[in-house]
Design a protein around this ligand. Structure first.
Ligand SMILES: C[S@@+](CC[C@H](N)C(=O)[O-])C[C@H]1O[C@@H](n2cnc3c(N)ncnc32)[C@H](O)[C@@H]1O
Length: 222
């Protein structure tokens, strides 16, 4: 069985057990989910009448606040999770993020939250997300910080870690630039604190202290 099939089964099972709850998407608890979602969506900025892709949407809880004023498409390979995402108002389709059937330049906003840490070969996925983002549109990815001292410590204690991949902010910034994005910025989270900080660079201190981060950039026109 491929690594990717393992994750598909894993999230199908989670959704079977936890239903529409954010536990199906492996959040630590509701509070940690809401801190991340509310700060991230505020940072994304006002959206109205936009076409949005939630790539790896799980049960759709993250992009749910966007459905009232936008058209939100949710893609995931876990069929069971998609049932809950559809109930939240997302237009769902079961697809693998390595190759989606959307035309290029389709979405004003592409969100990919908590997904690339599951994907070893992540560059083709970002390339695919970049392909479907409109020129002038925003790609926002949220993932685990490789430089986090807290995570390094946890990995020493907890040898059987669930998520294999972590990323440095500079590494992802390089990938964004390679696929034609500019105006690149970061939002940094410091679990379990409610603190978030914003900047346009990794930063030595926040590079070591933030547990996860989001990166957003605008796709160049022309
Ligand atoms: C940790 S959950 C996050 C869900 C959601 N983005 C959120 O933040 O609530 C990761 C999701 O990514 C999906 N996923 C992982 N790899 C995928 C792939 N290659 N194609 C489609 N979905 C994928 C999983 O099925 C799972 O629902």
């Amino acid at each position: 069985m491929s690594h990717s099939n393992n994750w598909k089964q894993y999230f199908d099972q989670k959704a079977e057990i936890h239903g529409a709850s954010v536990k199906s998407s492996d959040y630590f608890d509701d509070e940690s989910f809401f801190i991340q979602r509310d700060n991230t969506l505020r940072w994304l900025g006002e959206t109205q009448g936009q076409t949005i892709l939630d790539a790896g949407c799980g049960v759709g809880a993250f992009s749910e606040p966007l459905v009232q004023r936008n058209t939100v498409h949710g893609v995931d390979f876990s069929q069971k999770s998609l049932e809950f995402a559809a109930a939240r108002g997302l237009q769902t389709s079961s697809q693998d993020l390595t190759g989606m059937d959307f035309e290029k330049n389709t979405f004003d906003v592409v969100l990919c939250i908590g997904v690339i840490q599951l994907i070893e070969n992540y560059i083709p996925v970002i390339q695919e997300l970049a392909r479907v983002t409109k020129p002038g549109g925003t790609l926002l990815i949220q993932t685990l910080n490789k430089g986090s001292l807290q995570r390094k410590l946890l990995m020493l204690i907890e040898k059987s870690k669930k998520f294999d991949q972590m990323y440095s902010m500079n590494e992802l910034k390089g990938v964004y630039e390679r696929f034609g994005f500019e105006e690149i910025e970061f939002l940094k989270y410091y679990h379990p604190l409610k603190l978030v900080t914003q900047s346009d660079s990794e930063g030595v201190l926040s590079g070591m202290l933030s547990t996860s981060f989001a990166i957003k950039g605008r796709k160049k026109r022309g």
